[in-house]
Design a protein around this ligand. Structure first.
Ligand code: F6P
Length: 322
């Protein structure tokens, strides 16, 4: 293998730049040529390639976002689009790809391998952490820390005004962020898409807290909760109890900002491991970190198998919040 390509795709995540740096520098160390693909699959379809050298990734380890840019491509779902991409990659001399992204990115990578035998190694990078085969995805720790800082600030004003706050964190399909943020922020309740909690139960818990002497509370709500987002749940709780409620949506603040040290190190290890996996002839797999060890997981498992939530943390958070 003489030339590899690298791209970022799907929702950006803090640490993607650190991962790009690791991929490029490891490949150059191994005397490979490296081509960056801009704007994910959308850019790949337009042949947006750029040569990467040592300086292309200088001074980026500390920044959020991705210098190669990213996106979600509907077009790439069509087999004809993937055939075009396979031709463009081969014309560029690319013999293997490192795909940095989440499950949507890996589905596309798997199809490109299945249909055109383009070897691809995935690196899990999404704030959601909803990828099977790795304990943590790149960006998750940073997003959680950003959200916890926000909760701490909201807690100050909640205490001062003796208010009930509903704080919505990201995670349309998965409650990993909400659970971790809720546990670290001492939330009175955590509402997740994985567990059904009715609005009536929320009202009962809040009223029980008040009866016990609580003068303010914070409920962390995952974006994808079955009862709706923070705004909707706050409205319902106010209607049922008459308690004054406030709602805050943290939204894309969780996607930006400097990656934590933990994310930078994870990104560095996984980026380097992806290059080495390609060189060893691996394909259609994702590099991950499980119990402190590097691992390889078939791409189809990364979305086909479900990564479990830490149920014991959920129970503990609820006991400690009472
Ligand atoms: O997958 C990452 C994520 O931030 C989810 O938590 C969120 O639901 C989604 O992306 C938002 O996507 P977009 O930035 O395209 O609105």
């Amino acid at each position: 293998m003489k030339t590899i390509g690298v791209f970022t795709s799907g929702g950006d995540a803090p640490g993607m730049n650190a991962c790009l740096r690791a991929v490029v520098r490891t490949a150059l160390y191994e005397e490979l040529r490296v081509v960056g693909v801009r704007r994910g699959y959308a850019g790949m379809l337009e042949g947006e390639f750029q040569k990467m050298d040592h300086t292309s990734v200088s001074n980026i380890i500390q920044f959020g976002g991705t210098v190669l840019k990213t996106g979600r491509s509907e077009e790439f779902l069509r087999p004809e689009a993937r055939a075009k991409v396979a031709g463009l990659l081969r014309d560029e001399g690319i013999e293997g790809l490192v795909a940095i992204g989440g499950d949507g990115t890996f589905r596309g990578a798997h199809d490109l391998w299945a249909e055109h035998k383009m070897p691809i190694i995935g690196v899990p990078a999404t704030i959601d952490n909803d990828v099977y085969g790795t304990d943590a995805t790149i960006g998750y720790d940073s997003a959680v820390n950003t959200a916890v800082q926000a909760i701490d600030r909201i807690r100050d004003t909640a205490i001062s005004h003796e208010r009930l706050f509903f704080v919505e964190v990201m995670g349309r399909q998965a409650g990993f962020i909400a659970l971790e943020v809720g546990a670290a922020g001492g939330a009175e309740m955590i509402l997740l898409p994985e567990y059904d909690t009715s609005v009536e139960e929320v009202c009962e818990t809040i009223k029980a807290g008040i009866a016990q002497g609580k003068t303010s509370s914070i409920v962390v709500v995952a974006e994808g909760d079955e009862e709706g987002g923070a705004l909707e749940i706050a409205r319902k709780v106010h209607r049922l109890t008459g308690i004054e409620c406030r709602a805050t949506i943290l939204g894309h603040t969780q996607r930006g900002g400097n990656p934590t040290a933990r994310d930078r190190v994870l990104a560095s290890k996984l980026g380097a491991a992806a290059v080495r996996a390609l060189m060893a002839g691996e394909a259609d797999k994702m590099v991950g970190m499980a119990a402190g060890e590097l691992s390889l997981t078939p791409l189809a498992d990364t979305w086909g198998k479900k990564k479990p939530l830490d149920e014991r943390l959920y129970e503990l958070a609820s006991i400690l919040a009472a």
